[in-house]
Design a protein around this ligand. Sequence first.
Ligand code: BGC
Length: 386
Amino acid sequence: MKKLFALVLALAMALSLVACGGGSSKPAEDKPADTPASSAAGESSGEAATPTEGGSNLAGKKVGLAMPTQSSERWINDGGNMKSQLEALGAEVVLQYGDDDVQQQVSQIEAMIAQQVDALVIAAIDSGSLTTVEQAAADAGIPIIAYDRLLMDTPNVDYYATFDNKGVGVVIGQYVKDALDLENAGDQTYTCELFMGSPDDNNALFLYNGIMEVLGEYFENGTLVVKSGRTSFQDTCILRWSQETAQQTCENYLASFYAGEHLDICLTAFDGFAYGCKAALTGAGYTAENWPIITGQDCEVMATKNIAEGWQTMSIYKDTRLLAEKCVTMVQAVLLGTEPEINDEEQYNNGVKVVPTYMCTPVAVDVNNYKEMLIDSGYYTEDQLK
Ligand code: BGC
């Protein structure tokens, strides 16, 4: 525990500043907040050429954007960024959110087909449950692009724009490995519990596999001890990425397995889970002095504030402006016959075909680089993080 507590001590120092300032947060109130400033295409990253350079080459085209939920901030940003980029090219945009309700998303896509959209961009709630409506779109001659989450079990998907989903897991795993110097752990052990993503989202298993690629050996050799005994994806996945379920699960773990023990790591796949764990830990009496490592994904505003204040250790920055940009090149490709940028034609087999993909690169963010990554890049303003 010594090394862990050295780390925790550093965090505690940051935390004490917050505590003195009366800034300690109420976990149950952690909710998605503001959205990142959208930017002109191309400003967001040096990663690739911008597709959306001015002009109005999508004038007269109608694009349907089916997003999964507004309960998590990132999708609000994704939808907003894509809408503004497509509109800047002259397209008409129909943007709908499915409230994490599969049937609602199906109805929304049906309505978009009825409105004769020229192309569909879909971030699925349940990646395998849209095959019928995808076939209806194909029958109506409407091309489909999978956004962030792969559309499974269908031939009717032209391209896929996403982040390197296994890479997200690798980055999370590597962060924990480095933070605790697991390579040199010797006899040192750390307790750890896993909170993985939704089993109906193809990304979730990729992320888990990435984590295990880095940390698997430490679970196997006993450096990482999982007192609940739950280490498989099946045993640790959380349906629909529910923050509430993550909180309840963490509460159960703390009560059942950590009554007289310290939980050292909450290895979570999503900022929402990190909020749930934070609430559970606070409820169980954890304080800045013995706060565990908590990982997350998306760098939501609340998560970033928690990182700044020491209540969350790290998150994954996924620049939704860049992803939107890549997706727009795909919309242009299917509507105008241009060539979208593709950097993977192997990994993403949806059960029917390998879908040509552009993968953006995920980046780890913690207290040391959040300003540079999120504020200097224009993703958030300083005011949003106050
Ligand atoms: C996305 C993550 C997000 C999660 C929950 C996944 O499909 O890739 O960025 O955290 O859904 O919304």
